[in-house]
Design a binder for this molecule. Structure first.
Ligand SMILES: Cc1cc2nc3c(=O)[nH]c(=O)nc-3n(C[C@H](O)[C@H](O)[C@H](O)COP(=O)(O)OP(=O)(O)OC[C@H]3O[C@@H](n4cnc5c(N)ncnc54)[C@H](O)[C@@H]3O)c2cc1C
Length: 460
């Protein structure tokens, strides 16, 4: 433990949750995050049981002078939710979800994961648009924007945010919504954890039903150039009911992947059709019929099953490195670069998504929130993965060279897919005008940059 923390320990009786230091065995359980490449030792972990604990933890953070990291789901790609010698304010015990099926709203505490929220909303055939891996945190995902399988029909997670409860850098409790602290509400919808700790989100839910037509269609990767060109033209006419993600990888050894395919390089188009399944079948048919797919697992299934489809490909503890960019379209040049680099994938664990964008996301005004990127055509989240440190450097180099090759076509970047890439890239994620507005907001709510272990927006 650092001298600073040793000199000043909080009174454990001041918390309903637990205060953990390196002398507690539980500290070693709770100091890890999703990305195994970050092996960090905070000075202290305060596992908050409720809002009162968060207020007390912020006040202790100020008094101790320790840098403060904030964790909800722990899925920060660059590992911002853990830091050496810092105070970790851990919201993961805060698991409350309350769905009001009549008003179609959900109140969701900061420690809730996507799968936990889906389970509660789906009991009523409802959903809050969120992401594609169930063990991701609702909090970090929403504060950056929130893209996922139903966004083209229903928009981003933030497009369904009604209000948040938040603890400020001064340790004060405030509410932000379109009516109350409206500029703060604008900023937290995309501006991440810069302005305070959100303890609870209130969302409106969408009526989704429980069944979708969804899953991957596989072709051998050596056919990727033709598949991507066909896909590009086919998907241009897609209605909002359809969302797709392209994956290049060596087919994983999972039960749903045919045995003869496992380990072989493949390109997959993963579909998710929400709405009338018969209409979906008609729209997806030409894709199924293109070339000779080696497997077709696009089937009617429960939405919950589809939401967890990627879980086994992105487990906790592996070493991950991502670099992302938006592009306007899948031009011939971009397809050629994608095919060339995908064919060089070495690690059997490396799997990267190309996200189709547009639809409802693009019809919300860009001024509506701090989130930028509503005009993106496709989002590349180029990621390398290894089980341990072995081979990780080579994967990282592969990611970097692929991303650099796409540089002439970079349009912007989704802040939740940024790595630890410096101030200029954070500015790029928002554009200059929004970045300046966010800096003024930061000055108003966190003038000392107390919340700085994040995609940081320094005060104006
Ligand atoms: C496997 C995986 C799948 C993903 N899939 C998607 C996807 O489908 N769609 C998508 O949009 N994104 C996706 N992401 C990106 C994801 O949105 C971000 O990594 C997000 O920050 C994760 O939130 P978290 O709460 O799990 O993370 P954490 O690591 O806990 O937090 C991330 C950041 O948010 C801050 N923060 C966390 N909680 C709070 C809070 N309550 N108040 C204030 N600040 C807070 C943290 O300090 C940190 O800077 C994915 C990431 C991973 C690792």
């Amino acid at each position: 433990m650092s001298a600073a923390a040793g000199a000043m320990l909080p009174d454990p009786n001041a918390f309903r949750g637990h205060v953990l230091s390196p002398v507690d065995p539980a500290y070693y359980v709770h100091r890890t995050i999703w990305n195994g490449s970050f092996d960090r030792h905070p000075a202290l972990i305060i596992r908050c049981a409720g809002v009162a604990d968060v207020i007390a933890a912020v006040k202790f953070g100020r008094a101790s002078g320790l840098p403060v990291a904030v964790r909800s789901g722990g899925h920060s790609f660059p590992g911002f939710s853990i830091a050496d010698d810092a105070l970790l304010i851990d919201l993961s015990p805060m698991k409350g979800v309350q769905v009001d099926p009549d008003r179609r709203t959900a109140r969701v505490q900061a420690g809730v994961l996507l799968g936990e929220l889906d389970r509660e909303t789906q009991a009523f055939g409802l959903a809050v648009p969120s992401g594609i891996v169930t063990h991701t945190g609702v909090a970090g995902l929403t504060l950056g924007g929130g893209i996922g399988w139903i966004m083209r029909k229903h928009g981003l997670s933030i497009d369904h945010l009604i209000a948040v409860d938040l603890v400020t850098a001064a340790g004060e409790f405030v509410r932000a919504s379109a009516e109350e602290n409206s500029e703060l509400f604008w900023g937290i919808r995309g501006g991440g954890g810069n302005f305070g700790i959100v303890t609870e989100f209130e969302f409106s839910c969408v009526p989704l039903g429980t069944q979708v037509l969804a899953g991957p269609i596989f072709w051998p990767m050596k056919q990727a150039a033709e598949v991507l060109r066909f896909y590009r033209d086919w998907v241009a006419d897609a209605p909002d009911e359809l969302m797709t993600i392209i994956i290049h990888r060596k087919a994983p050894p999972l039960a749903f992947v045919p045995a003869e395919l496992q380990g072989k390089p493949v390109v997959m188009v993963v579909c998710c059709w929400i709405g009338d399944l018969e209409t979906g079948e008609q729209f997806i048919r030409p894709l199924r019929d293109f070339g000779s797919p080696v497997a077709d697992l696009c089937l009617p299934k429960p939405y919950l099953a589809h939401q967890s489809m990627f879980d086994p490909s992105f487990p906790h503890g592996r070493w991950y490195y991502f670099k992302s960019c938006d592009v306007a379209e899948l031009s011939d040049e971009i397809i050629d670069i994608t095919v060339e680099h995908s064919s060089k994938i070495e690690s059997p664990l490396t799997s990267f998504p190309i996200w189709q964008q547009g639809g409802a996301v693009s019809r919300v005004s860009d001024d509506d929130s701090a989130f930028s990127g509503r005009s993106a055509g496709f989002t590349y989240n180029i990621g390398g993965c290894t089980q341990t440190e072995a081979g990780f450097e080579a994967e990282r180099e592969w990611v970097r060279s692929f991303w650099s090759a796409l540089e002439p076509w970079h349009q912007g970047v989704y802040v939740n897919f940024l790595g630890d890439e410096g101030a200029d890239r954070v500015r790029q994620a928002y554009g200059s005008a929004k970045y300046q507005r966010l800096q003024i907001l930061k000055q108003a709510w966190d003038p000392e940059n107390f919340f700085r272990l994040n995609q940081n927006i320094p005060p104006a």
